[in-house]
Design a protein around this ligand. Structure first.
Ligand code: ANZ
Ligand code: ZN
Length: 818
């Protein structure tokens, strides 16, 4: 093993002195903004799994610098929020302390793995100088009517003791601690992301993102075109009420034989007759305990209870019984459905179970049938005077128009997602800059009174009362009203940590901007982000929120783009050697520290790239890193044998010259294209093939004493330099250079050199020459083997024989062993 420790130790301070990773300032050059997802610095530090995000992005930025781009490659800390605070609670330390410690450890590890961040751009979302601008954005959203307070029944994590956004609850569990969530009714702050629903869907067409992420966002937003129809009812006190329903199949309305309300629907109490009261209350209590996923599951039997009241279908005046059923969600559409058992599977099962009439109104052939199950396809309307004979499509149009003309409905678009709930009943976050005054109501804190500082308190435990620990801090709570000067109280909830990460990418170009959240001039040059790399788990959280904030800023005229991330790539997961996800509890975590200690940073980097396609799941293999380490040794050995060439020493043999030249240019082309496409594993493989070739020809003195040999080795080092920055730098100097390899130009290839060039090779069978082939120089081994086997003379000899082995000596011969 080569002395990688010495080499790393030698170059780290040199580069630091040179300020190698400084962000380019010259505005005449093209720019490249490469960003990694804003990490929350976890107490566990980085594992090699995390390196799958940070090393590939680093390699791209190093390539871009050498290609002459101004590169912005920054890093910062998403320090506020549940993950950081839960860790502090576990450690029984203050989150300010643990966050600072963890960030310092991350930074140390980033430096260890050779990540080329410009640390002058470092930001931390827990700094008052940062979060005052998060508050500024809150006030902007408030000014634009996009931040509002409302009462509602929301997801509550009993372990984290806070309300969560819908996006932060997955399969009924808290995204942080995996506890089953429950519901709590509280007054909460929301951001009106639903106002941007259509733009958030449509603008996905503008960005180069993985199709899977786009799909997840579209599904999460859940746009559905349909019709709203208002049914009428009379409650137990004799008062009239409208019950709007949302349906995608208004063509089936004559077949509505009952109606179902969500158990939490606000009218349920008023509509429940005294005979039904006990049953209804019991049902509501039971459904409260179920998660949304359970309620919507197709396997689950559909159940319900009759309220005792009836609603009138505005199309035909039919009175239909009103039921409640847990498969209807309050949060979707209007929380009420017109039930059509003949044409909806759930309603069919429900009607069978409770003996409710089933009336066929859509028919494939215009005739009536005995229905074994719901007929859910489009068809021809029947039993629907005066609309009989219309197709479903025509019916949906006609009936929607009809409802609109008569004032009992019309076309409507429903969205599945809800506004973003941002209040957290927790300590570790940016305080919401709002004051409640008895006289003036909700008053925003004026900008010159921000930041509203998070008070330093020792007892930051979440209370579980539905109010944050800040509510106990009298100095914080009691203030004066910015409007009337009278006594007032501060909002004590803090903002969801995802607020901080919704705009951080704007701060990096000038992290010290003191008069505005970002520096407009710099933004104009650097944004949007050219390449954004991170995990797929943020598909409907951060990636949706950040797009929303960007659009708000665009609407406010603050920025000139409305999508923040042009290209997004997700790295694949890395499993540990035991095929399991790396986790502390399984004891299978591999740290970059231990790998760098044993094999060096360069081997770690090269292996991370080589282990498999960037966007696919891969598994850590000890023998894999060993193999890569051997490859680096081979690189070093061949360069150490290098001797400066005699002036103008040429390879006289034209074929030899052409072949080496072709390899140089072919490798530049392949490697560059592969890195640009983020196909890092094949890029490294190209260098491995290249070095194999160099080893094959290095015995030839005529070759190794030539100027072209120098070029061949220099090309190898330049191409390797983004991947293995330390070894490349060392060997570059071994070859006699004075300046850093990282300041060199990226090698360019010459298409002419790669052009199909014919050479003659011999084909041997068991060592005897049997034929000669004219082949192009850029064929790979497999192609050459195929050609050799297809040759007429070879076929004659090999007919009916087993071929044991074929090997190719590039540029020379093929030997077939039979
Ligand atoms: C009557 C009907 C007849 C329906 C029929 C379907 C088929 P998407 O595409 O998801 O938007 N629905 C409406 N609100 C609901 C809620 N809060 N909870 C559960 N289900 C709800 O689906 C819209 C359809 O889902 C609506 O169209 C409604 O059932 C149901 F033959 O109305 B339909
Ligand atoms: Zn939780």
């Amino acid at each position: 093993m080569y002395p990688f420790k010495e080499i790393e130790k030698k170059w780290r301070p040199v580069w630091q002195k040179m300020n190698l990773y400084a962000t380019g300032e010259a505005k005449d050059k093209p720019k490249f903004y490469c960003l990694d997802f804003f990490p929350y610095p976890s107490g566990n530090g980085l594992s090699v799994g995390h390196c799958r995000n940070y090393i590939p992005s680093d390699v791209v930025t190093r390539l871009k610098r050498m290609q002459g781009y101004n590169v912005l490659h920054p890093m910062g800390w998403d320090g506020f929020g549940l993950p950081a605070e839960n860790y502090a609670l576990k450690m029984k330390m203050h989150p300010a302390k643990t966050t600072a410690q963890n960030a310092a450890n991350y930074k140390r590890q980033f430096n260890l793995i050779g990540a080329s961040y410009d640390w002058t751009k470092e930001i931390n979302s827990t700094d008052p100088d940062y979060y005052r601008w998060t508050q500024w954005f809150f006030l902007l959203l408030f000014k634009r009517g996009l931040a509002y307070q409302a009462m509602g029944s929301q997801w509550w994590c009993p372990s984290c003791k806070t309300i969560l956004a819908n996006e932060q609850v997955e399969a009924g569990k808290c995204w942080r601690c995996n506890s089953d969530v429950t519901r709590k009714v509280l007054r909460q702050w929301y951001f009106k992301i639903t106002d941007y629903a259509d733009r958030l869907i449509n603008d996905l067409d503008k960005v180069d993102w993985p199709e899977s992420i786009k799909m997840m966002q579209r599904n999460w937003i859940g746009r559905s075109e349909g019709t709203e129809i208002i049914f009428m009812t009379v409650d137990t006190d004799g008062n009239k009420h409208n019950i709007p329903v949302f349906t995608t199949r208004v063509d089936t309305i004559y077949g509505a034989t009952f109606m179902t309300l969500a158990p939490e629907h606000p009218l349920v109490e008023k509509l429940t007759t005294s005979e039904q009261k006990d049953k209804v209350e019991k049902y509501i209590e039971e459904s409260r305990r179920e998660s949304e996923i359970e309620r919507l599951s197709t396997e689950k039997e559909k159940t319900g209870v009759f309220t005792g009241s009836y609603a009138e279908n505005p199309f035909n005046g039919d009175k239909v019984p009103i039921w409640i059923g847990d498969y209807v969600l309050l949060s979707y559409g209007t929380g009420a459905v017109m039930a059509v058992p003949a044409h909806d599977k759930r309603d069919f099962a429900f009607a069978k179970k409770y003996n409710i009439p089933i009336k066929e109104v859509i028919s494939p052939d215009g005739k009536e049938h005995v229905l074994e199950d719901a007929y859910v396809e489009y068809g021809i309307m029947i039993n629907s005077d005066p609309f009989n004979g219309l197709s479903s499509e025509e019916g949906i149009e006609k009936l929607s128009e009809f409802a609109e003309e008569r004032g009992f409905g019309g076309k409507k678009i429903s969205y599945r997602f809800r506004d973003w709930l941002i209040s957290r009943q927790r300590y570790w976050g940016a305080p919401i800059p709002i004051v409640q005054c008895k006289k003036c109501g909700i008053v925003p804190v004026p900008k010159n009174k921000t930041p509203v500082l998070l008070p330093e308190i020792e007892d930051f435990q979440p209370t579980g009362t539905g109010r944050s620990p800040l509510a106990k801090v009298d100095d914080f709570v009691n203030t004066e009203c910015p409007k009337c000067g009278g006594p007032a109280q501060r909002e004590t909830d803090t903002m969801d940590g995802f607020a901080c990460s919704s705009w951080y990418f704007l701060r990096f170009p000038n992290p010290n901007s003191s008069r505005a959240p970002f520096d407009s001039k710099m933004i104009k040059y650097w944004l949007p982000v050219d390449l954004y790399i991170g995990g797929a788990e943020h598909a409907v959280m951060h990636l949706l929120y950040a797009r929303f904030w960007t659009k708000v800023m665009y609407d406010e005229g603050l920025i000139e783009f409305d999508e923040p991330f042009k290209v997004l790539k997700n790295q694949g997961m890395m499993l540990s050697y035991d095929n399991q996800k790396m986790s502390k509890s399984k004891g299978n975590v591999i740290t970059p520290d231990s790998v760098a200690e044993e094999f060096g940073t360069d081997a770690l980097r090269a292996y991370i790239l080589f282990m498999g396609p960037f966007d696919q799941e891969v598994k850590w293999e000890q023998k894999g890193i060993k193999g890569v380490s051997r490859f680096l040794n081979r690189v070093r050995d061949i360069v150490l044998e290098f001797k400066p060439y005699d002036k103008n020493a040429r390879i006289k043999d034209k074929k030899k010259h052409r072949a080496l030249n072709m390899w140089i240019h072919k490798t530049i082309k392949r490697f560059t294209a592969d890195i640009e496409r983020l196909q890092f594993n094949t890029a490294v493989a190209a260098l491995m093939e290249y070095i194999n070739y160099l080893y094959e020809i290095k015995k030839d003195k005529e070759v190794t004493s030539s100027e072209l040999w120098t070029e061949a080795l220099e090309t190898l080092l330049r191409l390797l330099s983004p991947v293995t920055p330390f070894l490349s730098e060392e060997l570059w100097h071994v070859m006699g250079h004075q300046h850093s390899i990282h300041k060199q130009k990226w090698p360019e290839y010459n298409e002419d050199a790669i052009k199909v060039d014919e050479i003659e090779i011999a084909v041997q069978i068991n060592g005897k020459i049997r034929s000669r082939l004219q082949i192009s120089t850029n064929l790979d081994e497999e192609e050459i083997k195929k050609l050799a086997l297809a040759d007429k003379h070879i076929k004659e000899v090999t007919a009916n024989k087993t071929i044991r082995k074929i090997f190719v000596v590039p540029g020379k011969l093929v030997n077939i062993v039979i």
